[in-house]
Design a protein around this ligand. Structure first.
Ligand code: THU
Length: 137
């Protein structure tokens, strides 16, 4: 694994994949959010028969993090995913709705944070959340 400083967060994101409820897409995503107080909150995608009612792993984890630790900044979010064949996905990136949620967390806490994209074979890419969505609402 590359030395990004986020090795343990990536391991937790990969572990969170196992709790995905993705009976419709079979695309399992896990996220692990590192907070400024050192706490880590995990989430996974949770789908629903009324498809739009489901939520991405990133939003499950970020909304839970913000509700569990109000006022505490987000330091980083690691994301990992397995495709329907069970293979680790290379280059998973957050959807537009999750980017908008990230943009608001940056604005709310006046603090950028790292988005840690875990590919297969230990590949890890780190991107500032502020670079993911130009012209946020
Ligand atoms: N999904 C995530 O949880 N995060 C992403 O970054 C992309 C997509 C979920 C939504 C849905 O449950 C499944 O993956 C297929 O799109």
């Amino acid at each position: 694994m590359q030395n990004t400083g986020y090795d343990s967060l990536v391991i937790l994101a990969r572990a969170a994949v196992e709790s995905a409820y993705c009976v419709y897409s079979r695309f399992a995503v896990g996220a692990a959010v590192l907070m400024d107080n050192g706490e880590v909150v995990r989430g996974s995608n949770q789908e629903n028969a009324a498809y739009p009612s489901g939520s991405c792993a990133e939003r499950v984890a970020l909304f839970y993090a913000c509700s569990a630790y109000p006022g505490v900044k987000v330091k980083a979010i690691a994301i990992a995913a397995r495709d329907p064949a069970g293979e680790w996905v290379r280059g998973i990136t957050p959807c537009g709705a999750c980017r908008q949620v990230m943009a608001e967390i940056i604005r709310r806490y006046r603090a950028d944070f790292d988005v840690v994209l875990a590919g297969g074979e230990g590949e890890v890419t780190v991107i500032p959340a502020s670079e993911l969505l130009p012209f946020p609402f």
